[in-house]
Ligand binder design. Structure first.
Ligand code: HEC
Ligand code: HEC
Ligand code: HEC
Ligand code: HEC
Length: 485
């Protein structure tokens, strides 16, 4: 059995290594934010990541380690073309500006978002065919190679129009660039990669790069769950000889750390968290605590079935830092300004929705639960004891009732005509109620034999219980908790 002591011993012996072995400054990498500005907090397992937490973490790491290189693997933006998504993207852009990565990969979502979102960053892309046609002027905001603090950084993105695949991508040319200037030979070469595993393997086999970091392979637009956090070793995308390629967690939920950084960090106040963090949160005796810049962070837990703690991931490695709620402390003032503006924009969007939707309330087919109580008292009693009955209070506690992105799932009929408008205008439709699942019931109240024709109530769950909002959703288990007739 592994014990906490064994882990701590390893940690101290690493700390004792001579500093001369730490020539490279180390790197942090994040990516695949995909428009995910901040987590919703609907479930602690997916309460991770987002722009402000990335900033807080990287800001703190830079304090400890000013030379640390920061790479953004791109796909920071949502590819959704809605007004809302575009508005969010502008805040992601502002947030990235504050995070100020040394190099960012010009990935698919960046190209789709368009040039207006790409200003102010050091973008790299080494296989985009901008020599022909008019693309060069459209996306002039990137370089094919960036030199930064002893590193030559390249970028490779597969699978978008205009990108040049591996056949044409020129291994020889990259070698030539490296050979171009004598001093380049002394620099570490880094590839920021986004594409298939097959191509990644070919690139690794070509042995051009000292470090290869990959973006997440999941398709753009894919929802994320807690899968990567529960099995962090899945973040090792490829391992060949000495080279191990890590990939960024989906949704910017965590920050990758280079091995040398772990050594540097262990020699200083510890800023590494083991992947088993969520076990550690259980605050068991087997967990030891180590101070981290005024904060106390649970570090590691031993495997112990009797205490109910399960070891997750590989204790010998700590290559990913999961961006839990604590990361909201220490966000820079500048970024807090961006967050404040983001809140204002959400709330002004809510106000315009209220104005548009208010008109439909007059002829609304929704009535609210009070109208059901007389005839369905047992169902109403079950509901009162369920979490659905205080779903809106949850948003009030979090001061998020003026964010349409939150309200949508915490009330009745927000996406339908005559559904919830605001607490003031339609208090009877706050919270998740009978009609969230059974559809509008006004006519049924006066004529109980009338059915709605709405899709079966049991299929309604999936509209709200989606990842990342409800990663533990299980139809049977959840129905058991609210069953009624
Ligand atoms: C005046 C009494 C009365 C009121 C008020 C009433 N119901 Fe009913 N409800 C009934 C009766 C009676 C049935 C059984 C009708 C049938 O099976 O033909 C029924 C059936 C149902 C059913 C199952 C059949 C179906 O239509 O899907 C649901 C769901 C339901 N009611 C929801 C509600 C909700 C929600 C409200 C409040 C908005 C409500 N009812 C208000 C009397 C009422
Ligand atoms: C309109 C959106 C919506 C629909 C539809 C919906 N839920 Fe929920 N559900 C929520 C929200 C929001 C919460 C959390 C409420 C809170 O605690 O603030 C929740 C919480 C729950 C919980 C409590 C979970 C816990 O951790 O204790 C259960 C159980 C549940 N829902 C079951 C269901 C089932 C089963 C269905 C389908 C038959 C369903 N829900 C449909 C929004 C919805
Ligand atoms: C897609 C639907 C959806 C959206 C959008 C959504 N939620 Fe939720 N929320 C849920 C569901 C479903 C649950 C219950 C999860 C569970 O227990 O499995 C929940 C639970 C929660 C909880 C936990 C409540 C408890 O009882 O512990 C909080 C807090 C919360 N949501 C806040 C928010 C905020 C803030 C936003 C906006 C940023 C938001 N939600 C947006 C569906 C949603
Ligand atoms: C979270 C979703 C959800 C909420 C909220 C909810 N129900 Fe249901 N209800 C269901 C599901 C699912 C069933 C089972 C229907 C089925 O088997 O298809 C059901 C069954 C029923 C039935 C029995 C239907 C039948 O055909 O026998 C009645 C009556 C009913 N609900 C009334 C209500 C009333 C009244 C409320 C509010 C107090 C309410 N429900 C709240 C999802 C919900």
């Amino acid at each position: 059995m592994k014990s906490a002591f064994a882990i701590i011993t390893i940690w101290f012996s690493m700390a004792a290594l001579p500093s001369t072995t730490m020539a490279a400054p180390g790197w942090l990498a994040f990516g695949d934010i995909r428009g995910f500005f901040e987590p919703c907090g609907c479930d602690p397992r997916t309460d991770l990541g987002g722009v402000q937490r990335i900033q807080a973490h990287i800001g703190r790491e830079r304090l400890l380690n000013p030379d640390v290189l920061v790479f953004n693997l791109g796909n920071a933006f949502s590819i959704d073309q809605s007004v809302l998504a575009k508005q969010k993207n502008s805040f992601v852009q502002a947030g990235l500006g504050v995070i100020a990565p040394d190099v960012s990969l010009l990935n698919q979502a960046e190209l789709m978002a368009g040039p207006e979102f790409l200003t102010g960053m050091n973008y790299v892309l080494s296989n985009y065919d901008d020599h022909k046609g008019d693309k060069a002027t459209r996306f002039s905001a990137y370089k094919s190679m960036i030199e930064v603090r002893g590193h030559l950084v390249f970028g490779f993105v597969e699978s978008f129009k205009g990108s040049v695949g591996l056949n044409a991508f020129n291994v020889a040319e990259w070698r030539k660039i490296k050979a171009n200037e004598p001093r380049f030979a002394k620099l570490r070469s880094v590839l920021l990669f986004s594409g298939s595993r097959k191509t990644l393997a070919q690139i690794v086999d070509a042995k051009i790069f000292d470090v290869v970091i990959s973006g997440n392979e999941f398709a753009l637009g894919q929802d994320f769950s807690d899968g990567e956090r529960t099995t962090p070793n899945n973040l090792i995308r490829l391992r060949k000889g000495d080279l191990e390629v890590l990939k960024t967690p989906l949704g910017g939920q965590g920050v990758l750390r280079s091995p040398e950084l772990q050594l540097v960090a262990t020699a200083k106040p510890l800023s590494v968290m083991f992947a088993a963090r969520n076990s550690a949160e259980k605050n068991n005796d087997n967990c030891s605590k180590v101070g981290l810049l005024e904060k106390t962070v649970s570090m590691a837990c031993a495997s112990s079935s009797s205490s109910g703690i399960k070891v997750i991931g590989d204790f010998s490695r700590n290559f990913v830092y999961w961006l839990t709620k604590e990361e909201e402390e220490g966000v820079s003032k500048e970024l807090l300004g961006v967050v404040g503006k983001f809140r204002e924009a959400s709330s002004s969007r809510m106000n315009s929705l209220i104005a548009q939707r208010e008109i439909d309330l007059k002829d609304s087919k929704f009535v609210g639960n009070d109208a059901c109580a007389g005839c369905h008292s047992s169902a109403v009693d079950v509901w009162k004891n369920s979490k659905h009955s205080h779903a809106f209070q949850t948003l009030k506690d979090k001061q998020r009732t003026s964010d349409p992105d939150c309200v949508s799932c915490h009330v009745v009929g927000f996406s339908e005509k005559g559904g919830f408008v605001s607490e003031e205008k339609s208090p009877q439709l706050a919270n998740v109620q009978c009609e969230s699942c059974h559809g509008p019931r006004k006519d049924h109240v006066t004529n109980p034999s009338l059915k709605t024709g709405k899709t079966a109530a049991k299929d309604a769950c999936a509209t709200c219980h989606t990842p990342p909002h409800s990663p533990g959703f299980d139809n049977k288990k959840y129905w058991e908790m609210i069953k009624h007739k």
